[in-house]
Design a protein around this ligand. Structure first.
Ligand code: TXA
Ligand code: MG
Length: 313
């Protein structure tokens, strides 16, 4: 069955038509691919949870074209505006206080008094959002607790025929999910990503911490195990036996059949971009174990380590 559609005027129109009927499609973003549905529609949102097998308590991010359409759903303040000006559209998700009369389906935010919002940067998806009369509820396009997809074929691997329309925007530029920052209560990073807590601290001129505890409902990745390829992962390894897949970083590691280098150059952005495709490849090669070297815990390395820790749980 053909379900991957290239960028064209005709295909954007087709995507819009499916979404208008409250059906679900997959779309590219600069972070990872998302499963998109009308955020105002209970039935569309329920479909997303069902297809992903996602726990109802894990709320979705609502994706907008720009701030104009946002104002009727959430309260915005100066802190948000400062960050929005600097980082949106882009890989930053804001947790904001919900307006009582919002049209956003209460299923989408698990009935919380906050809503997660993001303005994705991928031009294809922006073009689509611009042409819709509603924002898109959009989790990563993978079965719950698994590895996020970074290209159209990954989405097909995850869902097979269950998703009849995947908009192909090529490979995601960043390859890890957005940074989630809580602006509703204590300002904190709930999920590290490409935009570091340091950059956010600089704009807000206050020190911002990364939430350590997996709190009850405030937690991104409520599930302790997340981002998992379904194979045991051992972190901080210096060596590996030949039977395990060995994920390394930097040029000091020898090449080998079972060795997968995230970045020969030792570049953390490149490593982030390669992480999920490497995990998928290793799974396809049917390795039973993954050993991985220590990844520097700075910049986007913090996000890489966050995902690896949860994947290895
Ligand atoms: O990069 C991304 O953010 C991708 C692309 C598709 O935009 N989306 C994504 O969605 O990663 P998802 O559903 O896989 O992760 C959303 C995270 C979840 O861990 C969820 O717990 C958190 O955001 N979240 C959503 N609403 C929240 C809220 N009201 N309060 C706290 N956390 C929230
Ligand atoms: Mg996800």
């Amino acid at each position: 069955m053909k379900n991957i559609y290239k960028n064209s005027y005709k295909n954007i129109k087709k995507a819009k038509k499916i979404l208008n009927k409250n059906n679900i499609i997959a779309v590219p973003t600069e972070t990872v691919y998302g499963l998109a549905g009308n955020a105002y529609s209970d039935s569309a949102v329920k479909r997303i949870y069902k297809i992903k097998n996602r726990p109802k308590k894990n709320p979705l991010i609502i994706h907008y074209y720009n701030i104009k359409n946002l104002r009727k759903d959430v309260f915005i303040d100066n802190k948000f505006l400062k960050l929005y000006k600097k980082f949106s559209p882009g890989p930053l998700t804001y947790i904001l206080k919900k307006k009582e009369d919002t049209e956003i389906s209460s299923h989408a935010n698990s009935n919380l008094n906050s809503i997660a919002v993001r303005f994705p940067k991928n031009p294809l998806t922006r073009n689509l959002l611009k042409n819709l009369d509603f924002p898109l509820a959009m989790p990563s396009a993978n079965i719950s607790s698994g590895v996020s997809p970074i290209k159209a074929e990954d989405v097909k691997d995850e869902f097979g025929k269950k998703i009849s329309f995947i908009l192909d925007g090529g490979r995601s530029k960043i390859g890890l999910e957005s940074t989630v920052v809580n602006l509703c209560g204590k300002i904190q990073i709930l999920r590290p990503g490409a935009i570091s807590h340091k950059k956010i601290s600089k704009v807000l001129k206050t020190k911002i911490s990364i939430s350590k505890k997996i709190k009850k409902l405030l937690s991104p990745g409520l599930l302790k195990r997340h981002y998992s390829p379904g194979i045991p992962i051992k972190l901080n390894c210096n060596i590996s036996d030949n039977k395990a897949a060995f994920i390394v970083f930097g040029k000091k590691f020898k090449k080998g059949k079972n060795v997968f280098n995230l970045s020969f150059k030792g570049n953390l952005r490149e490593a982030a971009k390669n992480l999920y495709s490497t995990l998928r490849k290793i799974k396809k090669l049917k390795y039973k174990k993954i050993n991985i070297v220590k990844i520097p815990n700075k910049g986007i390395g913090i996000a890489i380590n966050d995902r690896l820790k949860k994947a290895s749980y």
